[in-house]
Design a protein around this ligand. Structure first.
Ligand code: 4NP
Length: 159
């Protein structure tokens, strides 16, 4: 089993979108029994809540269902439990690095956009306070990087 965790700040916009997109691709590839996906937020403002309606709308327009996802807070135990931890921005990256206690844990933390084909930006911008179009931009960035991440896992784990 390969365990993949997506992390953002609130776990209601970016990381649930990444979880939804990535698990959809994993299912399409017939790898759901091998690759497990989850998401979490570094802060607990929205714990227990479903994704932001704007994130759900942007995803459902592209055929991705986020409705079963509920926000949970990132725990330091996640650093040991997950093989790949994909953060959305530099703030998330710093937060998780601050929680990591071993090199092995530190090496599990990556920026999601490190797996993007188009490397012009390395952060998925926080869309929460921005205009509605921000959610489509977030979706595009995540979709591109999800394909790269799946390719990486298939190559490195010969799936
Ligand atoms: P996310 O977006 O980190 O992509 O889930 C946010 C959601 C909520 C807040 C900030 C960002 N907030 O400040 O409540």
């Amino acid at each position: 089993m390969i365990r993949v965790l997506f992390v953002c700040l609130g776990n209601i916009c970016r990381s649930p979108t990444a979880e939804g997109v990535f698990r959809h691709r994993v299912a399409e590839a017939g790898l759901s029994e091998i690759i497990e996906t989850d998401s979490a937020g570094t802060h607990g403002f929205h714990v227990g809540n479903p994704p932001d309606p704007r994130a759900e709308a942007a995803a459902s327009e592209r055929g991705i269902d986020l409705s079963d996802i509920r926000s949970r807070r990132f725990s330091q135990y996640d650093l040991a439990a997950f093989d790949y931890i994909l953060v959305m921005d530099d703030e998330n990256f710093a937060h998780l690095l601050g929680n990591a206690s071993t090199n092995e844990e530190r090496e599990r933390i990556h920026r999601l956009l490190d797996f993007a084909s188009n490397a012009t930006q390395r952060e998925v911008p926080d869309p929460y306070y921005g205009p509605a179009g921000g959610f489509d931009r977030v979706f595009d960035l995540i979709e591109d990087a999800s394909a790269g991440l799946l390719h990486h896992l298939r190559t490195h784990h010969t799936l």
